[in-house]
Design a protein around this ligand. Structure first.
Ligand SMILES: NC(=O)c1ccc[n+]([C@@H]2O[C@H](COP(=O)([O-])OP(=O)(O)OC[C@H]3O[C@@H](n4cnc5c(N)ncnc54)[C@H](OP(=O)(O)O)[C@@H]3O)[C@@H](O)[C@H]2O)c1
Length: 314
């Protein structure tokens, strides 16, 4: 008999990635709980989103990071906790709030697996990352340390580049709609990166939660057809629009000098683009014993290719 599917709590379910996790969890037939904070005010979009989750079968729970008991009560209802709390400085960065969630999970004692808010570059590979962007990786590592010390079973998900940010902007920071005229290459535009449709990140994540092969491991979502350089992404776009873009290039030195002129939140994001697009930090290592690759684990999933993703901008 097939094992029963885990009950899942999603924290941060109203977010950019979180809402996709809710959708994927429901689609996979998990009993899905969504924790939302009480301070909704008159945010009508958020209420409508929560109601749409409820309509699709999710259980809504009110809870706050300022109310330890509300967190304990929520995690007691489920087997798996997935957190997708914000971690992008140009939106908000609340990664360390998860230390309170770790506390609650430890106290509740029933959770079989916790997936903290990661979903991007593997922070364990970024110990030499530059200031100020390294804060993202440092904070994610603090959460890892706390949950591992609390002996909470975990899965870390490295979703590499969210397609909406990276493909939408042809890998140019600060842009999320592809131009039909011009692109600025970061350096020579040749280091490969990995682009993943956010809905696919959510789908692979939900696949992983009940899989013994991903227990206490990092799941890298690295679909082979989506490992491409900025130049290759631009070529795909050019083919789709039937036109060659005018190209300029910004050297590493110019990029870093321009970064210093920006405000703090922008600098954090630019640091990440620097490591991905100039240094190739997503592809310059082999997945070791502590990791598994999602498209190999779940070959039955037809992931979205870069070309398919980019068609939406035509
Ligand atoms: N690899 C990539 O390219 C990439 C890109 C983007 C994000 N990421 C990663 O993905 C993860 C999720 O990011 P996201 O952009 O999806 O997040 P987001 O949309 O900015 O926010 C996610 C959630 O955080 C909640 N939240 C924010 N502040 C809160 C607080 N003080 N108390 C309680 N809840 C709070 C929001 O709840 P409310 O709706 O109530 O505000 C929302 O549900 C992060 O770890 C981030 O670093 C990776």
């Amino acid at each position: 008999m097939a094992a029963e599917k885990s009950k899942v709590l999603i924290v941060g379910g109203t977010g950019y990635l979180g809402k996709r996790l809710v959708k994927a969890s429901l689609a996979a037939g998990h009993q899905t709980y969504v924790l939302h904070r009480p301070e909704i005010g008159v945010d009508i979009d958020k209420v409508q989103l929560l109601l749409s989750f409820k309509h699709q079968g999710a259980h809504l729970l009110t809870g706050s990071f300022d109310d330890h008991h509300s967190l304990v009560n929520a995690v007691k209802l489920v087997d798996v906790v997935i957190c997708a709390i914000s971690g992008v400085h140009i939106r908000t960065h609340q990664i360390l709030l998860q230390l309170k969630l770790v506390h609650a999970i430890k106290e509740a004692g029933n959770v079989k697996r916790f997936l903290p808010s990661e979903f991007g570059t593997d922070p364990a590979k970024m110990d030499k990352a530059m200031e100020p962007g390294r804060i993202t990786f440092d904070d994610k590592m603090k959460v890892r340390k706390a949950l591992e010390e609390a002996r909470i079973p975990y899965t870390y998900v490295s979703g590499n580049c969210f397609a909406g940010y990276f493909l939408g902007g042809l890998c140019q920071p600060g842009q999320i709609l592809p131009s039909k005229d011009h692109v600025e290459l970061l350096g020579d535009g040749n280091p490969p990166a990995i682009y993943v449709d956010e809905d696919d990140i959510a789908m692979y994540t939900i696949k992983a939660i009940d899989d013994p092969r991903t227990l206490n491991k990092t799941v890298y979502i690295s679909p082979p057809k989506n490992i491409l350089s900025q130049r290759q992404v631009v070529e795909i776009w050019e083919k789709l629009i039937g036109k060659e873009l005018h190209k300029s290039s910004i050297s590493k030195e110019e990029f870093l000098a321009a970064m210093k002129e920006q405000d703090y939140a922008e600098q954090v994001g630019l640091t990440h683009y620097y490591h991905v697009c100039y240094e190739g930090c997503l592809t310059n290592f082999e997945i070791g014993d502590g990791g598994v690759e999602a498209s190999k684990l779940y070959p039955e999933i037809n992931y979205t290719t870069v070309e398919q993703y980019m068609r939406r901008y035509l």
